[in-house]
Structure formats: C-alpha cells, structure tokens
Write a protein that binds this ligand. Structure first.
Ligand SMILES: *Cc1c(COP(=O)(O)O)cnc(C)c1O
Length: 474
C-alpha cells in the first residue's frame, strides 16, 4: 500500500513515512493510492470478530510496513475493556424505531476522538522507538482534541505534548480533564487569549523551520491519515452489529466539523461496506451543509464563525473535505490543487454546482446533509430524554435532529455519538433543568490538583518555554 498526495506530488509513501507527517510537501492530504476492496466473503468472515481483531484485519490492508505480529499487539493493547469501558469497545444501542446510536464516547476523555487517538499514541511510540527518535507534539485545543491527545500520549516513551488552550475558556470539566494529568511528558499551556490565538501560535512556531527541526516539533491534527484509518474500523464493527443477517444496507448520520469522522465513513463505503447514505450534520457553522446542498464550498472568516453549544463542531473550514472532493472529481489531482490551493487562497471559495461530478455525486457517494441550531439541540435533548429516557450530548443531538429528517423505514439509521453529556453540563441544564450523570470514575475531577503554565499570546514565549523544557529534560 502506498500513499499519494491529493495534489499530485509524485512521491509515493509507505504508511510509517506518513504516520508522523501532516500535509504532503505540496500542501495536499495523503490518501491511499487505491481503496482496498472487501467482498461478501470477507464481510462474513469479519462479522464475528472482536473489535481489536477487526481493527487488525482492516489496518493490515493499509499498513504493510509494520510486522503483523506487532500490529496485532498494538491493536490488542489499544482496544481494551479497561480503556473503553466494555469489551464491545463501541456498543450500538437502539434508540427509537429504525434509529440506533453508536457509542463512541466511552474512552478516557468521553469523546469519540479517543477511538483514533489511543491507537495513534501506540503507533507513534512504536515507530519512534524503532527509529530511535523523539517527537514533541505542539497543538491547540478548545476541548476534545487536546485532551484526547494528552490522554493518548501520557507516559509514552519518546513523545512529549505541549498543548495550548485559551486560558479560562474551556468548560470546568474539560479543563480539569486536561490539567489534572500529572505525567511529566504532558505540558498544558494556558494562553491568555482565544482559541484562534492558540492556533496562530501553532502556525507561527511550525512556520519557523529551523526551530521545528531542532526541537522535533510535530502535530497530531485531524488530517492525520492514521486517525482517519482508525475511525474506519467502527463503521464496519457497527454494521456487523446492526445488520446481523447480512444483506442489509445501513445509513449513518455524523455530527461533523473537520469532516474527519464522516470521511472515515466514506472510506468504509469505498471499500465496499454496504452503506446507503452518509448524512453530514452540522451546527450553525454550516460550511459542510452548504457544500453538500449547493456545491459551493465557502470558507468562513473569524467573524462568521460562531461559538455554539456544540463547540467541537465550530469550524471555519473543514480540513478533511479535500480527501472527499479528490474522489468526487475522479481523483483529478491537478484540479484538486487548483480548487484547494489557488481558488481557496484567492477567493476563499469554489463552486462545483455546475459540475456533473457534483450533481451525480450525491447518488454515487451517498452523501447528504442537514444543520441544526441551538434551539434544535435543546428540543432534541429534551425530546429524546422524555421519549426514551436517554440523555444525549449537544453534538449527538445535532446528529439525531438531522438523522430524523433523513431516516426512511427501510434502512437502519445509525447516529454516531461523539461525546457524553457530562462534558457539556451547562447545555444539559438548560435543556432539562438537571445535571447530567457522571461516570463514577470522574467524581471529584474538578478538585484534583492542576498542572499548567499561563503564557501570553506570544509565539516567542511558547518557543522559549519549549526550549527550556527540553533542555531541562536533557
Ligand atoms: C471533533 C468532534 C466532532 C467533529 O468531528 P470531525 O471529525 O471534525 O468532523 C464532533 N463532535 C465532537 C464531540 C467532537 O469532539
């Protein structure tokens, strides 16, 4: 298996070569040269596998430069009942007629990002040891990504994490989750600014090629192929649980931001998993809904990016969309480069509405979309609670609201649960006037001692902090 850039760079790379990398050298995203195909025989052979065994089978199709015994060990070490709360790892539960919820939020940080990040942590540790290298991950977060990364990398050899977050702007629960980690290799930097300031600092530091190389700075952002690949597994696993008798097609609705989660569904479908449709659900930040409805992809500015009650979907652009558009336009790399390179840079948008690839695309690729707003989230949380006694978080509520609009009586509709309600207590109180349940292991979380360093909005201050920390570590 080789990986190529969506923008046509001639290099073909092996999995371990792209594992630690972000963008391809030409600014494109890495994709497999071809999607491995699964047939009915493979599907029936896989249908009874445990989550780690299934992960191993699927990963083996994408990773041919890690010896199978090692890859198997990594899968077994990652997907355990101890880390994900049950042997099923990602259980499916029926919610209402024809609608199911795929539970992806039972990992250490109670959001679906753990599903991929935990695997990435183990892959990174393995590959760094193999190369005799170290890596310092620099990131910015307003919540889920940062804590999932920190919990995946804690205590890992060869990896340090420097995670910036906007000082005093995360929910008390999210802040406590990140700042209570006492591991020496995790460094929380509370920046006296907003999330965008944190992101600007990441850009400034990564833009200093010399600093980046000397300090071995890397990232684990949502365009990382290994994260996407790890997410493909649960689409298969869920399919086997819902379509027990085979032959059935299923639909998924995915609360979306950077298009990583639903892009993994696209990959699963391209591999041959019988998915009838992939429904993209957005909140008020509806870049993706607009694209799938109209063919116009229009990146938002800061002023048009809203802070909502499903904050992990508050994005101004959808970083993984390029992977899908590449497939949509027949893997035309030159055109992908012109759309995502030149046109987005010059106009901030592109328009595929007149292109047959777009008008036929919905059918060929099964995509459709919808959006919801704060009032919809509250109504959906309330209504689901009253109807079925199930408490859902605001992101999953965005998904469920849109899923109900697209469900048909023939096809099981699966909504991906992306976080647990306890992370977003304020919105739950607003919807229901009660506190969300808290898994027992999180009792007293906010009272634990916190470890963090407050720094100004200043890339130089962050660089100095990193240099001093690395010197201290010898
Ligand atoms: C990251 C996140 C999303 C969005 O996922 P993408 O892969 O960026 O589309 C949705 N919900 C929650 C809770 C998240 O943490």
């Amino acid at each position: 298996m080789h990986y190529i850039s969506t923008r046509g760079h001639p290099e073909r790379k092996a999995f371990c070569e792209i594992l630690l990398e972000g963008l391809a050298p030409d600014g494109g995203l890495y994709v497999p040269e071809a999607y491995p195909q699964v047939d009915g025989i493979m599907l029936s052979r896989w249908s009874g596998l445990s989550y780690p065994d299934l992960a191993f089978e699927i990963l083996s199709l994408y990773v041919d430069d890690i010896p199978p015994v090692d890859l198997k060990t990594i899968c077994e070490k990652t997907y355990t009942a101890q880390i994900f709360g049950s042997r099923e790892i990602a259980p499916v539960r029926p919610l209402e007629t024809g609608v199911y919820v795929l539970e992806l939020s039972n990992g250490p940080t109670l959001a679906f990002k753990d599903m991929a990040m935990q695997l990435l942590g183990n892959l990174l540790e393995y590959e760094l040891a193999h190369r005799g290298e170290e890596l310092n991950i620099l990131g910015a977060t307003s919540g889920d990504t940062g804590s999932a990364a920190a919990y995946a990398m804690r205590g890992k050899n060869g990896v340090r994490v420097f995670m910036m977050s906007p000082h005093g702007r995360m929910s008390a629960f999210q802040q406590a989750q990140m700042f209570s980690l006492q591991d020496d290799n995790i460094h929380n930097l509370a920046i006296e600014g907003v999330f965008d300031d944190c992101q600007d600092i990441v850009k400034a530091v990564s833009g200093d090629a010399d600093f980046k190389r000397r300090h071995r700075i890397g990232a684990v952002n949502s365009i990382n192929w290994a994260r996407l690949m790890a997410q493909v597994v649960y689409y298969f696993h869920c399919y086997f649980q819902v379509a027990r008798n085979g032959g059935t097609r299923v639909a998924f609705t995915v609360p979306s931001g950077n298009f990583g989660n639903v892009c993994a569904g696209h990959v699963a479908r391209m591999m041959g998993l019988p998915i009838s449709s992939l429904v993209v659900a957005t909140n008020e930040n509806d870049v993706l809904d607009e694209f799938f409805r109209t063919g116009v992809y229009r990146v938002r500015g800061r002023a048009d990016t809203f802070e909502t009650s499903s904050p992990s979907m508050d994005i101004s652009k959808a970083s993984n969309l390029e992977r899908f558009v590449f497939d949509l336009i027949g893997r035309d790399a030159r055109r992908t480069k012109s759309l995502f390179g030149d046109q987005l840079r010059q106009c901030g948008s592109f328009d595929l509405s007149g292109d047959p690839a777009f008008s036929q695309g919905a059918d060929r690729f099964g995509f459709c979309s919808g959006r919801s707003i704060h009032a919809d989230r509250l109504a959906t949380i309330r209504d689901t609670w009253e109807r079925s006694g199930t408490l859902i978080d605001p992101h999953t509520a965005d998904g469920l609201k849109v899923a109900r609009e697209h469900a048909d009586s023939q096809t099981p509709m699966i909504v991906l649960e992306t976080a647990l309600p306890v992370k977003f207590a304020e919105t739950i109180r607003e919807a229901l006037g009660r506190e969300p349940n808290r898994p027992r292991r999180f009792n007293g979380l906010e009272d634990l001692p916190k470890r963090f360093k407050v720094l100004p909005v200043d890339a130089q201050a962050v660089k100095s902090y990193i240099s001093e920390t690395l010197q201290g570590a010898g």
